[in-house]
Unconditional design. Sequence first.
Length: 547
Amino acid sequence: MSIPITIGVTGHRDLRSEDIPHLCRIVNEELKKLIDAYPHSRIVMLNSLAEGADQLCAEAALALGISLVAPLPMAAEEYRKDFSGEALTKFERLCSAASEVFVVIPSEPAHEQTREYFYRQAGIYVASHSHVLLALWDGSKATKTGCGTAEAVGFMLNTNYESSGGSLFKATGDGAVIWIVAPRTNIAVPEEAFAVLLLENSKGSLKKVLGDTDSFNKDAQIQTNTPSYPLVALEVMVTLSEKAKTFHTLYAKADGLSLHFRDKYLHIMRILSLFGVGLVLSFLLYDEMESDLFLPVYGIILLLSALCLVRASKGTYHKKYLEYRALAETLRVQFYLLAANIEHDICDSFTWSQKNEIVWAKEAIAALLAGKKEQSSCALENIKAAWIDSQIGYHDEKVLRTGKKEHFNSGITRVMMIVSLALFAVVFSLEFFFSGIMTAVIPFDGLRGLFMIHEGQEVLLRGVFKILLGIISAVTLFLANYYGKLSLKRKLSDHEKMAKLYKAAQLRWDDPCIAKEKLLIELAEEEIIENGVWLSYCRDNTPGVSL
């Protein structure tokens, strides 16, 4: 079970017959590159099986073991009228070989239901559910209402179509086209014929999106322990569609991986906080006691801190914790919508920040939603119980637990403040009223060799107090750094807000004037937006040592 890397196909019907063998080799090479570059991901091709480029790419995909999914512009009986001879034979054979064959649901309102309109909707569907579009295209210009290859390229790069549910704003790292410059019959041959060009809205974005996707799939294969609670009761699960079950399984993977990398991130944070205190202590002992022993100790701690930071950076623990958490929450919300038979891509509700920060997660949901519509037979009351009612209990419990952590943190802060004030009062009194005591020499003669204290160096009581004051300050600083990065107050506030949201949904559920579908979609949108806010403020809490 993994997130597929989906390759959409668009291309001309009227390819020159003499170019077919060469184009086949180029397509084969490009598909092999993707297979080799992302070995932990299954590759899926979205292909409408039209004559010419579509059928050429479909045959290449099947030859390489790539799964073929065929979104058709219209019912197969009607679509067959556009084929004849060998093309019709290929169409029938490819339909039989495809893992899914279905008619796309239009994205645009139908001003006029012409064949061109339905072809255009198929192009929109392929572009909107693909990670990358493979285009056998001569570079001809698109038209505003066209349905050809040029328009499909525009759908992928610019979302330039009239969608009732989608967003007008496409992330800068979203959208990529592998353009194979393909000549057409009776049209001038393009200057760069047979060249392979990568079209992206942001340079390097395709590699990053596919790399993040493959990294998740790799982690999902390695990490078998996924401690996640089921989103619905087991007796409800059997009533769900296979697609909904797929989302549930991947949610469990993403949730477990998020917890796994969260624990690694927190472990690094604790170690760095201890190293920070150790740095201050070793420096003060070196400075006040002139103990050469603590100079190499300081260096060792500093080196270990650097190695710890490098490990955290290479392991990308913080990044994976946040992004896998965001993916898990998106999969969870989309699962509930699918269970309720609501056809709505929740990623359309992503904020601008989410679209740009987790492009790969948005693309993952689009790829997973590709395929024929499936119906679940789950009662809406079961969805309410599993989604709304259970989340009230979840967030109420989180409010209590996070509140206790925050109370504990505040208690530590108060204790450290009291200890600091008490020690300051002692030092102040001794310094100004009993100064003779502060100059008392601490007998270190027996340990002078062990601590490598310089000959003639005397350790005064004043120096001991300086060390104590410095240590208390360091402990306070690094505790504040550790707990500050946990954002306990913000988390407490978030859980309180979400509990109120679900309680509001619970109250509105039985209102006969409110459609259940509308309520669930709005609830999903609110969750996704809140998750985006959480992701944004947690981005800055990367591991580090602040001195």
